[in-house]
Design a protein around this ligand. Structure first.
Ligand SMILES: Cc1ncc(COP(=O)(O)O)c(C=O)c1O
Length: 380
């Protein structure tokens, strides 16, 4: 973890708001994922934080990638573009999944030259893939319970289990190859039962497909959802890994390849934002701090990711429950209505939030003329 002293030094050197990425932590998270889930190949979900330097660190560590748009694909592609053609093609096939079940025709046309693995979850998409990207491999995305996940995804994506094998057979009839199944249990899933249920559901669909004559499936993609340790209520990753290992080993023979698409898990704890107090007021009897980063910028995850970030102070003092606002004129720009902070902070004092690497900077805007925080990379 980057020390408070180092955070202050960096803020002095680079100014604020400052988004600090610790690449040692990214490497440690990737190593931890591999150690605890030895049978599972991690495909980093680029959407969580598409910073090319983060992608490069994971690329160098041997990670694979989940991309969900051509711009995300191209972030990864820049690191393989100079490989010999055959090696590059094999790399794309082995290490990239285009995990967005709905793709525009133009996207499919562009993607076809790369012969990538893509997800789908409905009959219309089969027709589109057949016409515009017939060289792709397919993974059928299943709808699985997202119970208790911080971000629910199953209402938007996934074939119902009852229609899964019909879709597999329809794709087969269209001359496409369904290589396997995928699912997502919901982001920041602290209910480990979701993974257990989804793995078993997928295993049942493998069995049904085989019974109905389809035996070309050789992979299972268990998606994302691996929780970041935002607070002590999140049980240790090794506990979740133990349950996943037990279920995949019980239900899937060794020759079935297991993939996952962790996003948040890899980057949430690797980033910290340092901000500065630019205003201070008492409103309706409550102390309010205004800082130079907010909900339209690094803290955008409050809105889009349903995430809470603790705001901390470098200075000590008698504490009070305060409101913390961002810098824009919009009343939506609230970081917290109940942050426990020293009451004696002054304009120019620094604040910081740790564990803000996922779905934060990725959705920062330029709203109200304020640019996103400057990024610095440490331990790169
Ligand atoms: C298809 C897909 N894969 C992976 C992820 C990454 O999920 P997480 O950050 O929860 O690991 C997402 C997140 O929305 C997703 O939609």
């Amino acid at each position: 973890m980057i020390t408070m002293k180092k955070l202050q030094e960096l803020a002095r050197e680079h100014g604020t708001p400052l988004f600090i990425v610790d690449h040692d932590e990214i490497r440690a998270r990737y190593a931890s994922f591999k150690r605890h889930l030895p049978r599972v190949q991690a495909y980093y979900a680029v959407k969580a934080n598409p910073d090319p330097a983060i992608v490069k660190t994971l690329f160098d560590a041997g990670c694979s990638f989940d991309v969900a748009s051509m711009p995300e694909f191209n972030i990864v592609y820049q690191y393989i573009k100079d490989m010999p053609a055959k090696k590059r093609q094999d790399w794309i096939w082995d290490k990239i999944i285009y995990a967005n079940p709905i793709k525009a025709n133009e996207t499919l046309t562009e993607l076809d030259q790369y012969k990538a693995l893509v997800t789908f979850d409905n009959a219309e998409e089969i027709r589109k893939i057949r016409k515009h990207a017939p060289n792709s491999g397919l993974a059928l995305r299943l709808k699985v319970p997202n119970t208790g996940a911080m971000v629910e995804l199953s209402s938007k994506c996934g074939a119902a289990p009852g229609e899964a094998v019909d879709l597999i057979l329809e794709a087969d009839k269209a001359g496409l190859v369904v290589e396997g199944l995928s699912f997502h249990v919901g982001s920041q899933t602290t209910n480990f039962e979701n993974f257990v249920q989804a793995i078993n559901l997928a295993a049942d669909i493998f069995d049904e497909a085989r019974t109905r004559g389809y035996d070309k499936m050789s992979l299972l993609d268990i998606g994302g959802g691996f929780p970041a340790p935002y607070d002590s209520s999140v049980r240790p990753f090794r506990e979740l890994a133990r349950r996943i290992n037990a279920e995949i080993n019980r239900r899937f023979p060794k020759e079935i390849e297991i993939l996952a698409e962790p996003g948040r898990f890899m980057v949430a704890t690797a980033c910290t934002v340092v901000t500065e107090i630019i205003g201070k007021a008492v409103r309706d009897g409550k102390l309010c701090y205004y800082m130079n980063d907010g909900i339209y910028h690094t803290y955008s995850g409050i809105l889009f990711d349903h995430c809470r970030y603790k705001v901390e102070s470098f200075k000590r003092g008698d504490r009070q429950i305060c409101t913390v606002f961002g810098p824009t004129c919009d009343a939506l720009d609230v970081i917290s209505m109940s942050e426990d902070l020293p009451a004696n902070l002054k304009l120019g004092d620094l604040l910081f939030s740790r564990n803000i690497g996922a779905y934060s900077q990725a959705s920062a805007t330029n709203f109200n003329g304020f640019p996103p925080a400057k990024t610095v990379h440490v331990n790169q």
